[in-house]
Design a protein around this ligand. Structure first.
Ligand code: FAD
Ligand code: NAP
Length: 335
């Protein structure tokens, strides 16, 4: 079914008002196939949970909302299990389903908003884990032909918040299912961020994956704005990876600047730190601004437009460039 002039405010976590001229939902491959046939050459926008998009105008593209559900085990051995989920499954619910079965590998990715189908788009990551670590395959329908193609890890060109679907194959495929290989005898990964501290506070010395998931949920809930209360799309910018020489230059003026090793020649500098140093943390312009607890997150306090938020991101990028000679890149998909 095609709907006309649909308000998207409730369908993006930034809570930005924008209308979709054409809008349809699909919950199976065959429904998607029919829509693609009808669409012909019409530009499309595939929407999951709307937690990584910023609408800066009304949307002329035909918005197709992915609602393909279903979770099934496709392979099992003594060691591991391959679980396939429909692209329209809610990511956090899928994580909780796996954690409850004691299938390990994605517990550190608890409470990331959005859909399973978007998880490979930017190789979602948090607390030292990325989906590429557990990725088995995905199925995607080619927009031009309606054919389903299976992609394995090597086909996806996963990188830091990157995949082939954001680059060479952008706007060419609709992801319909994703499968992950999870561990039946999981070892926990607590070395990152505040997980260990949180577990210690809870008096837990031998954590299970359930404990890790609960710790991650608690940390995230205390630091990140809940989109149901304050509109946001998580980290607006990526953490820049810079040459060690550039980092050494920054250290001469900012000896406390943190970094994390990437390879022999590069380090990652937390974008949140750069933005905070440039004085933007907690800054507010009318009804939007920079979150008070995490400078990487831009927020809509209610009624802001996407172009106002885009302008704020532009001003932050320019200011950080002037101060540190580092050009921040947006992580959020702009429409
Ligand atoms: P959408 O926003 O609906 O879409 C994102 C992009 O993917 C769009 O370009 C869309 O066209 C495309 N797309 C979506 N589904 C499909 C599909 N099935 N086929 C083809 N293209 C598709 N991200 C992290 O990596 N780590 C985090 O820790 C994290 N924390 C967050 C915290 C908060 C509070 C918020 C609001 C966001 C956070 N994010 C994080 C960002 C976001 O949750 C993820 O990027 C998530 O995977 C987006 O899923 P979605 O379904 O909402 O995608
Ligand atoms: P944090 O733990 O305060 O850390 C700040 C930054 O330092 C993070 O960006 C993280 O990089 C980096 N970092 C911390 N410990 C590290 C380590 N041991 N090795 C390498 N890098 C390290 O960050 P936070 O804001 O509370 O977020 C916690 C996690 O959730 C992070 O992994 C973050 O990416 C993720 N997150 C992502 C989004 C999003 O929208 N993309 C939103 C909220 C949280 P990385 O970001 O590269 O991990």
């Amino acid at each position: 079914m095609i709907e006309h002039n649909i308000e998207l405010r409730e369908l993006n976590t930034f809570g930005i008002a924008a209308t979709a001229r054409l809008f349809s939902r699909f919950s199976s491959d065959s429904e998607l196939g029919e829509l693609l046939q009808q669409a012909g050459d019409h530009e499309l926008l595939i929407l999951g949970g709307g937690s990584n998009v910023l609408f800066t105008k009304n949307i002329d593209a035909w918005v197709l909302k992915n609602e393909i559900r279903g979770i099934r085990v496709v392979e099992e051995s003594d060691e591991s299990i391959v679980v396939e989920a429909g692209a329209g499954e809610v990511w956090h619910e899928f994580v909780q389903h796996c954690v409850q079965q004691n299938w390990g590998g994605i517990e550190n990715l608890s409470l990331i908003p959005g859909s399973v189908g978007a998880s490979p788009m930017q190789n979602i990551g948090a607390y030292g884990v990325e989906i590429k670590d557990v990725f088995e395959y995905l199925d995607a329908m080619e927009i031009k032909t309606g054919n389903i193609r299976r992609f394995y890890g090597d086909d996806c060109a996963f990188g830091y918040r990157e995949s082939v679907f954001k680059r060479a194959l952008k706007n060419q495929f609709v992801i319909t299912r994703v499968a992950y290989r999870l561990d039946k005898h999981p070892k926990v990964n607590t070395s990152y961020g505040a997980i260990e501290e949180e577990l210690t506070q809870r008096g837990i010395t031998s954590p299970s994956i359930q404990d890790v998931s609960q710790a991650v949920i608690a940390i995230r809930s205390s630091k990140l704005p809940n989109p149901a209360e304050i509109g946001n799309a998580g980290s607006f910018f990526k953490n820049p990876v810079v040459e060690k020489a550039t980092y050494a230059q920054i250290l001469t003026s900012y000896p406390n600047c943190p970094s994390y090793p990437i390879d022999e020649l590069h380090v990652k500098v937390p974008a949140g730190w750069l933005i905070e140093q440039a004085g933007w943390k907690g800054m507010r312009r009318n009804n939007h601004g920079v979150h008070t607890k995490q400078a990487l997150v831009l927020v809509n306090y209610g009624g802001a437009t996407g172009s106002e938020i885009y302008q704020l991101s532009h001003d932050i990028i320019e200011n950080v460039k002037d101060k540190f000679s580092i050009e921040l890149e947006r992580e959020v998909n702009i429409y």
